[in-house]
Design a protein around this ligand. Sequence first.
Ligand code: MSP
Length: 649
Amino acid sequence: MTQKKFYITTPIYYVNDKPHIGHAYTTIAADVLARYHRLQKEAVFFLTGTDEHGQKVEQAAQSRNIPPKQHADELVLRFQALWRQLNISNDDFIRTTEDRHRRCVERVLQTLWDKKLIYADTYTGWYCLPDERFWTEKEIVEGNCPDCGRPVEALAEQNYFFKMGQYQTRLKKHILDYPDFIQPESRRNEILGFLENPLTDLCISRPKRRLAWGIPIPFDPDYVTYVWLDALVNYISASGFEKDSDRFQRWWPADMHLVGKDILTTHAVYWSTILMALELPLPKRLFAHGWWQVNNQKMSKSLGNVIDPVEIVKTYGLDAFRYFLLRQVPFGQDGDFSTEAFIQRSNSDLANDLGNLLSRTLTMLERYAEGCTPHRLEDEKEQDEDRDLRQVVEALPESIETRVAQLEFQKALSEIWGVINHANRYIETAAPWQLAKDPSNAQRLQTVLYYTTETIRIVTILIAPFMPDTAEEMARQLGLPEFPPALPLTQASQWGGLSPKQKIAKGQSLFPRIDTGSQKGKDQQSNAASPKSEAQTAPSTKTEITFEDFAKLELRVGIVRAAEKIKGSKKLLVLEVDIGSEQRQVVAGIATKYAPDALIGKQVVVITNLKPATIMGVSSQGMLLAAGAETVLGLASFQEEIPAGTRVR
Ligand code: MSP
């Protein structure tokens, strides 16, 4: 059987400035897909690179007073260094100033010229200088570019045109015949809407006297190639179009072009019609993702709010960053970046849920299984709670496969975290520390340890494409004999694959909690953080109390078993909290900070002897300890696994 192949690309990035979170976003998403398909044992070709010609780059070089090639040579290093830092597993990196690319662009132009699909004409119309795009009178909006909103200028000049318009019907048919070709659906509809208007021909040249920095047009040395045609060709020049037809046959068409929503038209319309003219198959899928804003504002240099991925990763760690970008918003939609949201996710999902699950399980294996992975005990009857856990874990690999195929990274991660939280709850219910007290429970204890460890093994495999370093470290601590697994990911993550009697190696916690207190100093320097109200941090002016006063408080460790919003309130949640001896209903004003689902299984500290109160018609028998005044910054809890009901003093 021939090995399935997967060819995935990112846009090639302009080398006019240093890379930001938007660039990191597409490249990380592409990396997750590339890694996922590699783990499925497919042959993967993952391409990224830089777009080095055109006006933007020429101007950036001019402003630095250096030749454009020198500018590109310097700036490309920042992208390459960032991809290394972000653990990007690209197989190739193409620069449009490379010979292999130039030759390919020349061949494309010559072919289209020979086929009489390019002609010379005088263009009169509107031009957006920053976007390097021509617009018709009808398209411009009150004298501005319909895309970026900046003023357009009137232009009349002799140029070369590609007969794009003649492919309109064919392109429309292709989009209709292949519903998956453009995704998400809303973007596909946008392109279909765009194609309702007559499709004009595409100007593919720029006179050298106006723009010198580009690939010369092979049949007219007075012109250079329009930067978008030049750039789009990278997808075939890197896969061997001009040079190596076997290689090209193997990889083309690309299985997936990932792009931002702003550059979908150039891909769906320009690129598709160029490929039609070259008689080459179209890429199988184009997926346009949303844009990141920062604290609900557009990211821009002038606002000084551009998020530098290098800084984020240095401060909070790589896998927390990779996780946040893909977990926070659905891939096709716009997202908002704030340091607060980042820290909250990292602390709750990574430090609390995943980190605690691993560390408490390894601690139990050390204590109750001689520091080794457990056996599954065949004669022990599976109890309801075991079966429930096994069934959700068994359903996971296939579901993740579907989610990843649909680029539903957010759903994939939230399903994995659903399982992580299920396992945390399972541990609470099965209470291995109680079982350990009575030797007659030895078999039951081993079964509970097996179910928990097997769940973590499967989680480890499934998070590997998203968080490769974390998965590797988890595999090491769990003593998995083979990582990444030799079997395809979906098979390797089937229930029952845990090798018993492997020595575990409990290490440092995967994700130390980010201390929001110490974060404050950093936040003040960083524009990414939202300002904190004074009340959160002002020194206390309250009068002193005696120890006896303090001793009146009864504080206990609790575990949240259920949580839901209180109708009509933005702030309030009603929680069921297990405090050991009983389950308490507690109303807490934490809805702006925590989603109800994120709280399940979470350890909290409860004031258990507070007089019951009725809040918005809901009875509350206790209170949770939390940091912050009007705005809750976080719930108090412990790093260690502590049984529910334990006194806190
Ligand atoms: N050079 C062209 C692409 C040519 S591909 C043949 C280009 N480069 S770019 O550097 O300006 O942008 C590259 C990608 O970054 C685009 O997909 C764009 O959508 C993405 N982003 C730029 N800012 C972004 C955000 N704020 N958020 C998410 N992605 C964003 O366009």
